[in-house]
Ligand binder design. Sequence first.
Ligand SMILES: NC(=O)c1ccc[n+]([C@@H]2O[C@H](COP(=O)([O-])OP(=O)(O)OC[C@H]3O[C@@H](n4cnc5c(N)ncnc54)[C@H](OP(=O)(O)O)[C@@H]3O)[C@@H](O)[C@H]2O)c1
Length: 330
Amino acid sequence: MNLDLAKFMLKQTPSSILDPTPTMNTPLPLNTGATIPALGYGTWQSPPGEVKKAVLYALNAGYRHIDAAYCYQNEPEVGEALKEAFAGGLKRKDVFITSKLWCTYHRRVEENLDISLKNLGVDYLDLYLMHWPVPMNQNGNHPLFPKHPDGSRDLDSDWSYIQTWKLMEKLPATGKAKAIGVANHSVPYLEGLLKEAEITPAVNQIENHPYLPQQEVVDFCTAKGIHVTAYSPFGSTGGPLFQEEGVQEVAKKHNVGPGTVLLSYHLARGSSVLAKSITPSRIDENRTLIKLDPTDVDALDQIHKTKGVTRYVFPPFGPKLGFPDTEAKA
Ligand SMILES: NC(=O)c1ccc[n+]([C@@H]2O[C@H](COP(=O)([O-])OP(=O)(O)OC[C@H]3O[C@@H](n4cnc5c(N)ncnc54)[C@H](OP(=O)(O)O)[C@@H]3O)[C@@H](O)[C@H]2O)c1
């Protein structure tokens, strides 16, 4: 095409087309060639008896990414919701389903994947993540959180998360996981993994919000072609960030709720995001996304400098920290 004509056409194209406002299912590219929806629905701490109803409500409300995990101990109910939605006409191919390998299964990757597939009632996952780069004793005193008599973690120190990744790399060829990725990997862990990896993780799912922007992880992942999915966008249990003044200011400027700002923050940074709620009105409300401008993102990025949490240390777990999305229920 003639260069001048191309420039002219570009100038005439409205910015709403060139840089559209994100919607909940805006497809974001993965390094596998597939895409992941901008907004996902989280299931951690969704209690038994309520999670099926909530997942079904979310699917009916248009959410097309369901984030599950073996460790959340509610996958069978998530599966019941999926089954009902599929019976109602939803196509498997139209839902992006994620689950995660638990720490006591690092030596038995395919076995844990098979359990999640059975729990969820599907024959493949769109994404399977290593939940933490922390192998734990598979023969310990607890199936999920084994501990030594002194209360410290019973880690599997003869096994490394890189060996685990090597087992995960076998999964795409089985057809049971379309993409593989990691979660809770800081830059040193990613560097260690990439040195040995034949498959670059498609995703790194990390805790991410204005109290914990983890810009160095986001930048590293962007440079390596690893998509970031942000979890705990509201600050997790109880959504403490809804009350944050800096968030409320940006919300006021755009005439939206703080939740919209907290979710849209990640889209402005090129990440997808997971929101959890079991409350129908909130599940609906959380679907609203807007395009934040660079000054908004900058204002949100300032918040952690004075009010950021210090609990995220390297390595990303410890006696006081536990595993943020798992310990509460274990
Ligand atoms: N890979 C990992 O290690 C990891 C770790 C943590 C989380 N995750 C994933 O990310 C998902 C989201 O993170 P999260 O569950 O930690 O927390 P979150 O989504 O930041 O916050 C959930 C909390 O916010 C409340 N909430 C949601 N929408 C609200 C609204 N519009 N107004 C007021 N309150 C609202 C929820 O209450 P109600 O439910 O009572 O409405 C719940 O208490 C998880 O469910 C899980 O799928 C992954």
